[in-house]
Design a binder for this molecule. Structure first.
Ligand SMILES: [Zn+2]
Length: 95
């Protein structure tokens, strides 16, 4: 099955950042996933299974999400310290 032609981009999927509630093209956001194993991962390629929530690539949104427990609610779980560590270590690299 040949599929070398890029698809026409008529529709750009949008997602809402759970911290600032701004809608952006999916690619501009980062997806946080609670995997079926219960761990928290930053899904840079949008390929991980699990319940996801989107955040801007801005530290402010991440800090806000963590401070207000927005991710806990969005992911329907309580973030473990391991999960928080994952997010914090990612957060420090954001602008
Ligand atoms: Zn945001």
């Amino acid at each position: 099955m040949a599929n070398n032609q890029p698809k026409p981009k008529r529709h750009i999927p949008e997602r809402t950042c759970v911290a600032c509630r701004v809608k952006r093209p999916k690619r501009e956001l980062l997806r946080i996933v609670r995997t079926p194993e219960g761990t928290i991962a930053v899904d840079e390629n949008g390929k991980l299974n699990g319940r996801g929530a989107y955040l801007c690539r801005q530290r402010a949104c991440w800090e806000r999400a963590l401070a207000r427990h927005i991710l806990d609610r969005a992911l329907r779980c309580t973030l473990t310290s391991a999960g928080l560590d994952t997010l914090h270590s990612y957060l420090v690299n954001l602008p």
